[in-house]
Design a protein around this ligand. Structure first.
Ligand SMILES: Nc1ncnc2c1ncn2[C@@H]1O[C@H](COP(=O)(O)OP(=O)(O)O)[C@@H](O)[C@H]1O
Ligand SMILES: [Mg+2]
Length: 346
């Protein structure tokens, strides 16, 4: 397994700049997730790392050796795609062993690797089947198995769970996490789904418009988003982003105050920062989301533990928990005012 270094990586398609200068170091054994909205350049970055696209500028090192102009087949990486890309006429066993046979790996070694991968992925009983006789989840596990048997320096995953239904996605996500714990390989995983990113990653790289917005552990990004984009992208329901003057928390250079839905607390009138009116209640059983409107048409989302008897039209005094406020300046960058008023009332 190996680490990866990207320095000033750019990719243009004709006159369109898709990657605008990516600098990133990934440690040996790390599980890194690239997350960002559709079209931000995640797949392009992965394909440039894989060698399936040539970088327009910058350089790439794997395990300390420059590979910027090395052919994909010589980089020692294995990629798993959303569309499993299995050979339909081959059995599961053949799908997994095919590349190794082409590489001239001895038969006994192939058998050992395929058996081990099949065991890890619970495919042992399906080795003789053709992909057409497998469920979507099993097919994706075969695609992952095909990557494992190659014993790659780095695993690259491009939205591998997107074609699975919700339940299977969660189950396969857990299997991937267990797999990483077991084989300890360097893994780079692309998704547009921030829940997948939060649950799988040692470290998340948030991409937007061909640039890295922020890199950090899932909780770093959740607790200390560096800018408005990351604040809004990580976390569901989204962080409330309120004009600072509207909540009378206008402080220094801060123009926007952010607060997550779980940090807006129902309270008595006397302690309230604002009173909101409930527009919509989502009861999830273990938690409840309230979508509300405050003064000046402020939209405020509130997360409550457990169940709530509140309904549409109810008035609710709430306080904004001071220790959980986020502040952003006019450029959208996180900032930290010197003092935070105890009360937001004028
Ligand atoms: N081969 C290509 N030729 C031209 N434009 C491309 C090509 N591949 C990707 N793009 C463009 O690059 C941008 C990023 O694409 P992509 O990396 O697939 O985004 P993501 O995976 O984040 O959804 C998109 O605007 C896409 O249209
Ligand atoms: Mg993509």
């Amino acid at each position: 397994m190996a680490g990866l270094e990207l320095r000033g990586v750019r990719k243009d398609f004709g006159s369109v700049a898709v990657l605008k200068g990516i600098d990133l170091s990934i440690r040996d054994g790390e599980f890194v997730v690239f997350v960002g909205p559709s079209g931000c350049g995640k797949s392009t970055l992965l394909r440039v790392i894989a060698g399936l696209e040539a970088a327009t500028a910058g350089n790439i090192h794997i395990d300390g050796a420059e590979v910027t102009r090395t052919a994909a087949s010589d980089r020692g990486l294995a990629m798993v795609f959303q569309s499993y890309a299995l050979y339909p006429h081959m059995s599961v066993h053949q799908n997994m062993s095919f590349a190794l046979e082409n590489m001239g790996v001895p038969k006994a070694e192939i058998a050992r690797r395929v058996d081990r991968a099949a065991r890890m992925l619970r495919l042992t009983d399906y080795l003789h089947r053709k992909p057409g006789a497998l469920s979507g989840g099993q097919r994706q596990r075969v695609a992952i198995g095909r990557a494992i048997v190659r014993d790659p320096k780095i695993f690259l995953f491009d939205e591998p769970l997107s074609n699975l239904d919700a339940e299977l996605r969660v189950a396969t996500r857990k299997e991937l996490a267990a797999l990483h714990a077991e084989i300890g390989g360097t893994m780079i995983y692309v998704t547009h789904d921030q829940v997948e990113a939060m649950t799988l990653a040692d470290r998340i790289v948030v991409l937007n418009g061909g640039r890295i917005e922020q890199t950090g552990t899932p909780l770093d990004l959740y607790n200390r988003p560096a800018n408005l984009f990351v604040a809004g992208f990580i976390g569901s329901p989204r962080m409330n982003l309120l004009p600072a003057d509207a909540v009378r928390l206008s402080l220094g250079e801060a123009t926007t105050v952010g607060i997550r839905p779980e940090h807006v607390q129902p309270c008595g009138e006397a302690d309230a920062d604002l009173t909101v009116q409930v527009d919509l209640v989502e009861q999830l059983g273990g938690e409840t989301f309230l979508y509300t409107t405050g003064p000046n048409d402020l939209k405020v989302t509130i997360r409550i533990d457990g169940q709530s008897a509140l309904g549409r039209g109810d008035r609710l005094p709430v306080r904004l928990r001071r220790e959980h406020l986020h502040f952003f300046d006019a450029a959208g960058l996180a900032c930290r005012p010197d003092t935070i008023p105890a009360r937001s009332h004028a």
